[in-house]
Design a protein around this ligand. Structure first.
Ligand code: ATP
Ligand code: MG
Length: 412
């Protein structure tokens, strides 16, 4: 396929009058970043739309990169020709001919005369372009409603744009336009998807990961760094806070409340994340919880765990099915890393029957009796190591990621 330009369409935020400038600026910055490696690509701004002149840069690769830009709703690769009848027809014929056409392919021409001095009306142009297409490709059939190919012809003063593909973009709100939140990132399938969903709503994300050396390995940590790296592909860079959790976690062992350990751990995580949030100026905590998935994600558990923080707890996946979550994980490219086997700190010291219905009074009483707990939480915050991760970060010696995989019950 040969193309001259990409046409980019913005999303829902165009409706938000006064924020529009801020949002447009944010998308534009993001696009500039994404296009840095392609010096030929030139951005043109025009009436609430963006065009990217390709100047020989590969359209498929650019489209792939632009699909990670939040706030972009769709992308159309465009052919450009002079605004004169003959070149428009010739370009249309050649352009449609690039597509595979069968006996069942339906089409219509949708011309728009933006430049009113052009001698033929939009309606006339539909016929003037449509007829030679039918003559050249007799297998085509005209269909007005939902045809396979809708060839748009936009006639402007300087040149005319032709396109028929509308490739969905990431949608959502531009990066960081809705503030900042801390993402609790484990090594699992869910939390990276939760992070992506939050970023797609315009939240800037900083990741927080709890690890328990020596019970969890260096590889487990690298797995989370790799997940952060994959997420940073959508933003350019992400801060990752690595919290040493061993002492906090082991303080809950041996107090005779084994079935509550997960509840204590989760509450401790939220407390530490809240301190980090305050330090970093984040206003919410995002988790990968999904209602009913495991004992710590029943409604009574969420209730008791959530009370450990005063910040809003955002759970983008709370009502989603695991299969839908897995599909997103595959789409956004985190799935294969998520299913690598390295253990998570939460799988340590896990009791045989974790409670699905913790009692807040008991939890609070036990916590109050753990006199060392506040100091341990404080120490965990102070011992937190922060790294900045970009798509180019080199992450340790992770095992082969491209092994064959099959659906496994453990992920549900
Ligand atoms: P995930 O696939 O994201 O690990 P999960 O279904 O395995 O989720 P849990 O292990 O119960 O669920 O964790 C619930 C949520 O708690 C996670 O989605 C994540 O947001 C947070 N979380 C769990 N373990 C950690 C950890 N070690 N570090 C940071 N956050 C964690
Ligand atoms: Mg997990």
């Amino acid at each position: 396929m040969t193309y001259d330009m990409l046409l980019l369409r913005f999303g829902e935020f165009t409706l938000k009058g006064k924020n529009r400038n801020r949002f447009e600026k944010s998308v534009l910055n993001h696009i500039r970043n994404v296009l840095k490696p392609y010096p030929g690509a030139k951005i043109l701004k025009e009436y609430g739309r963006l065009y990217i002149e390709l100047n020989g840069e590969p359209p498929e690769i650019l489209i792939h990169a632009l699909k990670k830009v939040f706030g972009l709703v769709s992308i159309s690769p465009v052919r450009v020709c002079p605004s004169e009848l003959d070149p428009i027809i010739a370009t249309a014929v050649e352009f449609v001919g690039q597509k595979e056409l069968t006996d069942t392919t339906t089409f219509k021409v949708n011309a728009r005369r933006v430049w009113k001095q052009f001698p033929h009306s939009s309606q006339e142009m539909n016929h003037l372009v449509g007829s030679p297409l039918l003559r050249t490709y007799p297998q085509l059939k005209v269909k007005v409603k939902k045809p396979d190919i809708e060839l748009r012809v936009e006639i402007r003063e300087n040149e005319t744009y032709l396109y028929y593909e509308v490739i969905p973009g990431a949608g959502g709100y531009p990066l960081g336009t809705n503030g900042k939140a801390m993402l609790l990132l484990s090594g699992g399938i869910d939390s990276p998807v939760a992070g992506w969903s939050a970023m797609r709503r315009g939240l800037e994300i900083e990741c927080v990961h709890f690890y328990s050396f020596p019970y969890t390995s260096q590889l487990a940590k690298e797995k989370v760094m790799e997940l952060t790296r994959l997420l940073s592909g959508y933003t350019g860079k992400i801060k990752l806070h690595l919290v040493p959790f061993t002492d906090v976690q082991t303080s809950f062992v041996g107090i005779g409340q084994d079935n509550l350990i997960i509840t204590f751990m989760r509450r401790a995580m939220l407390r530490i994340a809240s301190s980090l949030a305050e330090r970093e100026g984040a206003l919410a905590i995002v988790t990968g919880d999904s209602l009913g998935q495991v004992a710590s994600q029943t409604l009574p558990s969420m209730n008791v765990i959530g009370r450990a923080t005063e910040l809003p707890l955002l759970r983008p996946l709370v009502m989603m099915d695991k299969n839908d979550i897995i599909n997103i994980a595959m789409d956004i490219g985190t799935f294969e890393t998520s299913i690598l086997p390295y253990e998570d700190c939460c799988t340590l010291f896990v009791p045989k029957s974790p409670t699905t219905n913790p009692n807040l009074n008991i939890i609070e009483k036990v916590e109050a009796s753990l006199t060392r707990l506040p100091a341990l939480l404080q120490a965990a915050v102070e011992g937190t190591e922060t790294v900045i991760i970009t798509p180019d970060s080199k992450i340790g010696t992770m095992a082969e990621k491209n092994e064959e995989f099959t659906l496994n019950e453990d992920w549900f």
